[in-house]
Design a protein around this ligand. Structure first.
Ligand SMILES: Cc1cc2nc3c(=O)[nH]c(=O)nc-3n(C[C@H](O)[C@H](O)[C@H](O)COP(=O)(O)O)c2cc1C
Length: 180
């Protein structure tokens, strides 16, 4: 099956997630195509059997280029099975208030773009101190401290559960086989 993966990233973790999904689908004998949202203008989801959309949350919002592409293709996307993978640090924890905020971000994304994904699977992201500037690093160390997370200055810390991500993707793909 032909599966389109469109992603947006700020510090790189969602690119890693999208590449992982690509590799897993390819290994499973599917025909995936991977493209960054900023380069996806004119890419028609209608030519695919399924679409995976991945983006990360920063201050409650997804990347502008992801909102733009999904918004432009919302009508076509609504006719194709879709899997949305929001990447965040909230998904690494269990704080009910944070989760309520995260769900509100996903709802706002659906409102802004006009696309309601058939399936949403949250993915825990990473602290990427190697990519932060001074102020981001300072802010993220403060956030980590609030959450009692131990972080080493300058060192990345990844929370993504790769095995769980693979299970989700393969389960979703199996469902596609059932409807086609
Ligand atoms: C400046 C900044 C703001 C962030 N805001 C949020 C947020 O509002 N909610 C959340 O759950 N995670 C937040 N995160 C965590 C990111 O979603 C997480 O680091 C993710 O892995 C980033 O993915 P990316 O590397 O693909 O951009 C924030 C991270 C940074 C650096």
């Amino acid at each position: 099956m032909k599966i389109l993966i469109v992603y947006a990233t700020t510090e790189g973790q969602t690119r890693k997630v999208a590449r992982h999904v690509f590799a897993r689908l390819a290994a499973a004998g599917q025909a995936p195509a991977l493209i960054a949202a900023g380069e996806a203008e004119g890419v028609d989801p209608g030519g695919f059997d399924g679409v995976v959309v991945a983006g990360s949350v920063h201050a409650g919002r997804f990347q502008k280029e992801l909102v733009a592409w999904v918004g432009a293709e919302a009508a076509a996307l609504s006719r194709v099975p879709g899997l949305f993978l929001p990447v965040s640090l909230t998904a690494a924890g269990e704080d009910p208030q944070d989760w309520a905020g995260l769900r509100a971000c996903v709802d706002r994304f659906a409102e802004e773009t006009g696309w309601t994904p058939g399936r949403v699977e949250h993915v825990a992201g990473a602290f990427r101190f190697s990519e932060y500037d001074f102020f981001k690093s300072w802010a993220m160390r403060w956030i980590a401290a609030q959450k009692d997370e131990t972080v080493v200055p300058g060192q990345d810390k990844e929370y993504t559960d790769w095995a769980a991500l693979e299970r989700v993707v393969l389960d979703w793909t199996a469902g596609l086989g059932a409807v086609t």
